[in-house]
Design a protein around this ligand. Sequence first.
Ligand code: AMP
Length: 257
Amino acid sequence: MLRIDSIDAWQAYRKNVDGDIGLVPTMGALHAGHLSLVNAAKSSNEHVVVSIFVNPTQFNQANDFEKYPNTLDEDLSQLAQSGVDAVFMPTFELMYPDNYIYQLTEKDLSTQFCGAHRPGHFDGVLTVVMKLLNLVQPNQAFFGEKDFQQLALIKGMVKAFFINTQIVSCPIVREADGLAMSSRNLRLSAIERKVAPQLYATLNSDSTLKEKTEHLNTIGFDVDYLAVMGDRLLVAATLGEIRLIDNVPYDMPGDKA
Ligand code: AMP
């Protein structure tokens, strides 16, 4: 597995790639959810490239960025074992030669749900994904349904800007107790980790949206929103210091709204 940490080295590598490339963008601290994207990429591409870049422009709280988990050595050995061809690990200076003077903004969906609570977050996400797509020029790029709003915005961006990459969505991978896998789960205390699966359980419970929100707030979550987007029920809630998100398929029953 090649480790590439400069744009020049990446472009030299890209020129010589023959066959389809599948890209899996990540921020590291990898878990089985990320590896499911790698496996999906492998099944339909000759070459799989994983990027590891903790993108500062999508963090709206300095503390969250500084404390973002870093498990680079384990990440690299997991990716090598998974048969990844190349890992792209650029620095901020290389990814943002303009120091983030140029930004990509979506003006509708990105202001709702997570966007309403994390100002600038989706500008950072869309900008970095556009940069990665332009640099890597993959045939396909793989994103998890865990970040459902992000996935919808990336699909919309690719369509709006005629980007020649197919966006492939992958199902949420969960722990045995139902908690959606997330790099931030590493930062939960033992007690918080016991409560955390209630987020998924509550989404699935037979109750109204208002009752679900109240229940989560009662058991220790601080709910940012619990709301329907299309055919999904989305939630974002903070437990201790950690903001968790999740979503489930949802067909709006008349008596539950
Ligand atoms: P991140 O490293 O958190 O930026 O995530 C990188 C990619 O992995 C994104 O497309 C996420 O949606 C996806 N991902 C993260 N957690 C999961 C999960 N539990 N199941 C499936 N995909 C995931």
